[in-house]
Design a protein around this ligand. Structure first.
Ligand code: LLP
Length: 436
């Protein structure tokens, strides 16, 4: 479910006409629906209600302070993977005890910041990190709660190789058989309370089945740890729930919950706490990217639409070959798409390569895509762009990162201005004998 719909042949976000947004804020611009963000969080929480989980939104997905603030106000915690993300989450007002911190390469400073802030749990990914965390916490005069991120050696489903994290040999987490050794070691650590198990299999995972296999392994491990006298208070099942990139492909949260809840209910009944770290399933369909056609040209028989958004604004197609549904904001002939699927069998479509302005031959948002007839100046919407869109934007080619706009009902407001040329050189030191 999301709030991007055509009314009178024009795409709207909630009650706001997206042509008006483009006119006011320019393009390329990310537009988010506040209602969709909040509804997604509420629906996910409801699906898992029997476990009463702490939902820690993955900040890496789309970390604008205003969005984090909205989610925090609605009860979410945050999953962070760097000191920078911790800073974002705290600045947005998310309470420290609702923050969990994963990542294979946390620096000593980052661990200190987490400990000092008093976050809910550090998800430790190696033996050395566990030792360092104890030293850091001792130095800060604090005790910190921690979990071990376990690598359960389970493959995702429909998950790209580049975003698979839970298989053997991956840099993430600790191999199952090594985990009991870490718990044994932790007994002697005076400033770490090792109380949890964490996993994150990858992203996106288009079936509940990998969760079932991985959790079964985690629960076996938990039984062994209990038998060794360790008490486990927390199981973090990670993120990875799929988003609706193409109509009908993603299982809903209810489907994931139906498989996961029965496995974890006994743990919760015994006083255990479940954490989940969704990012994409909350943010992807809550945001779109608006881009304008600059030029139409013919290249060796290909119709190419050169648009003003490129891989620096949205890298997913170029980097992962990801599919993003795309359609004009005011389609020619009022041709409203019947679904967000790759080849709607509609009359009057033409095939386009949709290319960005960046000097890289992989800089396409789509290739050979069936679209209504385009004209120069037309506004195109790239759907399901809220996750890993703006978050992965770069300044390559000295490209200006897009503006971000938040829609609430009939109102829209800027929540991040577009970069300026001054932003591009801001961190670089002045040339000798000059000021910028
Ligand atoms: N927890 C941890 C420890 C993670 O590493 C991630 C994502 C999540 C939670 C959230 O996963 P989600 O619910 O969003 O699937 N840039 C890639 C995705 C990389 C995901 C990295 N980790 C993309 O654009 O597809």
């Amino acid at each position: 479910m999301d709030r991007f719909d055509y009314h009178d042949g024009v795409l709207h976000c909630e009650e706001v006409n997206l042509e008006d947004v483009a006119a006011e804020y320019g393009t390329p611009t990310y537009v988010y629906s506040r209602d969709t963000f909040r509804t997604h969080l509420a629906d996910l929480t409801a699906a898992f209600a029997e476990l009463d989980p702490l939902v820690c939104y993955a900040v890496k997905t789309c970390g604008n302070l205003h969005l984090l603030h909205e989610l925090g106000q609605a009860g979410a915690g945050a999953d962070v993977v760097s000191g920078g993300e911790l800073h974002r989450a705290l600045t947005a007002g998310i309470p420290a005890e609702r923050i969990v911190f994963a990542g294979v390469g946390k620096s000593e400073d980052e661990l200190r910041e987490a400990v000092t802030a008093g976050i809910g749990c550090v998800n430790v990914e190696s033996e050395s990190e566990l030792e360092l965390l104890d030293r850091v916490a001792a130095g800060a005069g604090r005790t910190v709660r921690a979990a071990i991120r376990v690598n359960p050696d389970v493959e995702g489903h429909g998950t790209p190789q580049k975003t698979t994290t839970g298989t053997r040999g991956s840099k993430f987490g600790v191999d199952l058989e090594r985990v009991p050794g870490l718990f044994a070691r932790a007994i002697a650590l005076s400033h770490v309370r090792l109380v949890g198990l964490h996993m994150h299999l990858g992203s996106p995972i288009y079936s509940p089945e990998p969760y079932v296999r991985a959790l079964t392994r985690l629960l076996d491990l938990l039984a062994k740890l209990n038998a060794d006298g360790h008490e486990i208070e927390l199981i973090n099942i990670g993120g990875g729930f799929a988003a609706d990139y193409e109509t009908g492909l993603a299982p809903g949260w209810d489907a994931y919950a139906a498989a996961i809840v029965p496995l974890l209910k006994p743990f919760v009944a015994n006083g255990g706490r479940v954490v989940t770290e969704p990012g994409r399933s909350i943010a992807a369909n809550a945001g779109v990217l608006l881009t304008r056609v600059r030029y139409l040209k013919d290249a060796g028989g290909h119709r190419v639409a050169v648009v003003d958004a490129g891989m620096t604004n949205m890298i997913r197609a170029a980097f992962y070959d990801s599919f993003h549904f795309m359609w004009p904001v005011r389609p020619a002939g009022a041709l409203v798409p019947p679904s967000r699927s790759e080849h709607p069998r509609l009359a009057g479509l033409h095939r386009y390569d949709v290319a960005g302005p960046i000097c890289e031959s992989s800089d396409y948002l789509a290739r050979d895509r069936a679209l209504p007839s385009l004209a120069e100046g037309d506004l195109i919407c790239l759907f399901a762009a809220g996750a890993y869109g703006m978050a992965m934007a770069s300044q390559y080619n000295s490209s200006l990162r897009p503006a971000e706009v938040l829609v609430e009902g009939a109102d829209s407001r800027l929540i991040r201005r577009r970069d300026t040329y001054a932003d591009l050189v801001e961190a670089e030191l002045a040339l000798p004998g000059t000021r910028f």
